[in-house]
Design a protein around this ligand. Structure first.
Ligand code: AMP
Length: 570
């Protein structure tokens, strides 16, 4: 086991290799305005825990824990790391954990030990974990042995054997040579005095957590989230939504993802609220938990999950009257779904837009339907700045025109970790992050708000004409027989790409053909070149680890089918 030097932390803003710092005057402004407070994330979390010690912090499928008990375990975990592993402040640890109590304890415990969690998912394979661990320099791994089909212990041994990591912690399973059991680590740590845990002396300008960017191409892109800004992100969200003691937030998605940490775990624990962690995103689990815990808020529902909720007959018999905020985000939400949620289930949707790099937008709770249904609202912080630029330029488009959403602010990173070359393209010279999303600025009811109108990254390039999948999907969703749709590019020898629509049809309806769908879409005013040129009926759309439609899977599927058809024609 390696024992490394404890790095010394210079104070005042990030000064760490691989991290693009916020300029010093910006740091000073954020502090002067009270957005940042010069304290670290674990110090903020611990202060809230002391204030709300007897309240319920966490409910999982297996346990209910008060703030006092949750932090007793987290501090035990932090002390146990130092006693049983070679991990030291400044090190990073890879996570492969599901929605269980051990995940929350080890995430908080790592923060208190000054060790940076890397928010990888249990679905990641050895290759992804190796690449990311090497990229951030992580030397530790914590995994949940009983997750999924039990492949993680095999992976962990491989990662140890290949020297990718030195320290492995096994939660919920048998321990093996060179690894330490979570239960042993906790038992040993809990017998140690937690008075001098490392978090008390960390620099608030340093990296607290490594998040993975939603980007899917190229080298791994890692968002280094710094103590002060990450704590502000969560407290701004809790403040915007009015969370406090008594608030019950139900989270149905994987918690070890930026969304889970920033819209659920950290805002709940900073505000004295209760977090209910669903063990899976199945509709049955969700409905059972709504019934059992009567949540005030479901802070993030991907549109695909909202559709499943609408399709599930049990939903209509479930009392959802406790839910004040049902927040849909992560992907463009079709108007059709918003209206059906309102008409069928009585749910008034709020929309959210967000990303691992920082910036969140949300629609105000009492806003008009025009604002809530057509836009993702306004940014979280008064200090958030948005520019809508012509892609790859610094030229702003006129209000109401589509351009690339570019963002900067007190919780948006200034650069990816160790990615100098990519940062030069992904950020403007003034530090605005080019999101790759297309957006428009509107003023509705006196509120400046934004609509998301496609993604630069999800464009079908048909010859030189571009088709924005979102635009076509939204129109297809208006067809009464369509329950869900994903439009993806299929390879074409002549045009490069053409559009293929994967369709989930309402039960008992006739299959749609390219012709019948085209007639419908032309009647909706869609340009002919944007018509899908193939339809693929499916029972449901595949979802990624975090509940978004896995378009890559669909693109691979159609490419394979086309190749097979070509071979059988030959
Ligand atoms: P991630 O970093 O995985 O959270 O993904 C962030 C990306 O998800 C954004 O850049 C958008 O492309 C997409 N996204 C998030 N929220 C929305 C939304 N409400 N509408 C459309 N796209 C969204």
């Amino acid at each position: 086991m390696l024992h490394r030097e404890v790095p010394s932390f210079p104070s005042g803003g990030a000064r760490e290799a691989g991290v693009v710092p916020y300029p010093e005057d910006v740091v000073a402004n954020y502090r002067a305005a009270g957005y940042w407070n010069g304290r670290t994330l674990p110090a903020e979390l611990k202060a809230a825990a002391l204030k709300h010690a007897d309240r319920t912090a966490l409910v999982t499928a297996e346990v209910t824990l008060s703030y006092r008990d949750l932090y007793a375990s987290a501090e035990g975990f932090a002390a146990g790391l130092a006693e049983t592993t070679g991990l030291r402040p400044g090190d990073a640890v890879m996570f492969q954990m599901g929605n269980v109590v051990e995940t929350v304890v080890s995430y908080l415990g790592s923060l208190m030990a000054g060790i940076r969690p890397v928010c990888t998912l249990p679905q990641h394979g050895v290759r992804e974990i190796s690449v990311l661990a090497r990229h951030v320099g992580a030397r530790g791994l914590i995994f949940q042995a009983d997750f999924g089909r039990g492949r993680l212990p095999v992976h962990a041994r491989e990662l140890l054997a290949e020297g990718v990591v030195d320290d492995v912690i096994v939660a919920r399973g048998s321990v093996f040579d060179s690894a330490v059991a979570y239960t042993d680590l906790l038992r040993i740590g809990m017998s140690v005095d937690p008075a001098d845990l490392p978090y008390r002396t960390l620099d608030p300008g340093q990296v607290a957590v490594f998040q993975l960017s939603g980007g899917t191409t190229g080298l791994p892109k890692v968002a280094p989230r710094l103590h002060e800004e990450y704590a502000y992100n969560a407290s701004a969200w809790a403040g915007k939504l009015g969370w406090g003691p008594g608030t019950v937030a139900l989270y149905p998605l994987p918690i070890m993802h930026n969304a889970g940490i920033s819209v659920a775990l950290q805002p709940a624990l900073l505000s004295g609220a209760t977090l209910v962690l669903a063990p899976s995103a199945s509709i049955d689990t969700l409905l059972d938990l709504i019934k059992a815990t009567r949540p005030d808020v479901i802070p993030l529902v991907p549109p695909a999950l909202a559709v499943r909720l609408l399709e599930e007959p049990r939903s209509r018999g479930t009392d959802m009257s406790s839910i004040k905020d049902f927040i849909v985000g992560g992907q463009k939400l079709a108007m059709e779904i918003t209206e059906r949620l309102r008409d069928v289930l009585g749910i008034q949707v709020r929309q959210k837009f967000g990303m691992a790099e920082g910036m969140f937008l949300v629609t105000p709770r009492d806003a008009s339907e025009q604002l809530r249904h057509h836009t993702v609202g306004a940014p979280l912080s008064p200090a958030d700045e948005i520019r809508i630029l012509q892609p790859d330029t610094d030229i702003e488009v006129a209000d109401g025109e589509i351009g690339e959403l570019c963002v900067r602010g007190p919780y948006t990173i200034r650069g990816y970790f160790r990615a100098e070359q990519h940062n030069a393209e992904a950020f403007t010279a003034e530090g605005f992050y080019r999101t790759g999303d297309l957006a428009r600025r509107h003023v509705i009811d006196g509120v400046t708000c934004y609509s998301i109108d496609g993604r630069i990254k999800d464009v079908i390039n048909r010859g030189v004409e571009k088709i924005h999948a979102d635009e076509v999907e939204e129109l297809i969703m208006r067809h009464p027989d369509v329950a869900n749709v994903a439009l993806v590019a299929m390879p074409d020898k002549v045009l490069g790409e053409r559009g293929c629509a994967y369709l989930v049809l309402e039960p008992g309806t006739q299959p749609l053909t390219v012709e019948s769908l085209s007639t419908f879409l032309l009647a909706q005013g869609l340009a002919k070149y944007k018509l899908p040129e193939r339809v693929e009926p499916v029972a449901s759309l595949p979802l990624s680890n975090v509940g978004k439609v896995a378009k890559k899977e669909l693109r691979d599927d159609i490419a394979r089918k086309l190749a097979e058809e070509l071979t059988s024609d030959a």
